[in-house]
Design a protein around this ligand. Structure first.
Ligand code: SF4
Ligand code: SF4
Length: 95
C-alpha cells in the first residue's frame, strides 16, 4: 500500500471516531499524560518502555476503573494521529 492509500484510509477512519492506537509511542514522546512524568534528557515520559508501551498501564486502568469509558485514558483510540510520522511508519510496516 502506498502513502496516498494510507492517508486516504486515515481520513476515512477518523470521520466518526479516533482511529486505533498502534502503540507507536509518539504521544508519550511529546507530552506526558495526567499520570506521566517528563524525562527532559530523553524527551519522553519516564514510564514509556523501550517497545513503546505504557509501563504503568495496569495501574492507570485500576485507578480509572470507575470512570465512564469515554473519560478513561485507554481504549478510545489514538489521540495524536494527525501528521504523526511514527504512527504512519507503524501502519505502513503492518501492511
Ligand atoms: S504514563 Fe503511560 S500513557 Fe501516560 S505519558 Fe507516560 S507512558 Fe504515556
Ligand atoms: S500516538 Fe496514537 S497510536 Fe501512537 S501511542 Fe499515542 S495514541 Fe497510540
Amino acid at each position: 500500500m502506498d502513502w496516498d492509500e494510507i492517508l486516504k484510509e486515515l481520513q476515512n477512519e477518523t470521520e466518526d471516531s479516533c482511529p486505533e492506537c498502534v502503540q507507536c509511542g509518539y504521544c508519550c514522546k511529546h507530552t506526558p499524560c495526567y499520570y506521566g512524568k517528563w524525562d527532559s534528557d530523553k524527551s519522553k515520559c519516564i514510564y514509556l518502555t523501550e517497545n513503546n508501551l505504557c509501563g504503568i498501564y495496569d495501574k492507570i486502568v485500576e485507578l480509572e476503573k470507575d470512570k465512564p469509558k469515554s473519560e478513561r485514558m485507554f481504549g478510545s483510540g489514538c489521540c495524536l494521529n494527525f501528521m504523526n510520522p511514527d504512527r504512519l511508519k507503524k501502519l505502513q510496516n503492518k501492511k
